[in-house]
Design a binder for this molecule. Structure first.
Ligand code: SF4
Length: 120
């Protein structure tokens, strides 16, 4: 089945709102988020935005120390590679190096259906 779906997977306004709301200079908030990160239960986008906005070198060091700690707890010294599993060639992004990019009109778009997935 050939489909021509166009979906926007990124809500740019929501991203802008989240980044604007994260522009605070409260180190306690950063330490609270880092403590949550060490619990290995994940962070929400607003928390990630706060960490992305850290500029103080000491706090940046804390972010890196925590990231290393979390990485070591989850992966240890293993090198983990992720291979994408493509079930379609639909994409709303425009990475210039990729044939799947949205502006590549020469590509016939396909998406795997339940019926086709059972055929193999
Ligand atoms: S690399 Fe290709 S498939 Fe991945 S997001 Fe960019 S355009 Fe889409």
């Amino acid at each position: 089945m050939i489909t021509q779906q166009r979906s926007t997977c990124l809500d740019e306004e929501e991203i802008e709102r989240t980044l604007a709301a994260s522009c605070q200079k409260d180190p306690r908030r950063v330490f609270d988020i880092l403590a949550k990160a060490r619990e290995l239960k994940g962070l929400d986008p607003a928390e990630v935005a706060v960490l992305m906005g850290v500029g103080d070198p000491e706090l940046v060091g804390e972010v890196f120390r925590t990231a290393r700690q979390v990485k070591e707890q989850i992966y240890g010294s293993r090198l983990v590679l992720f291979a994408p599993l493509y079930i379609s060639n639909l994409c709303s992004n425009d990475c210039v190096y990729c044939a799947f990019r949205d502006r590549n009109r020469a590509l016939t778009r396909r998406a795997l259906t339940q019926k086709r997935s059972r055929a193999t």
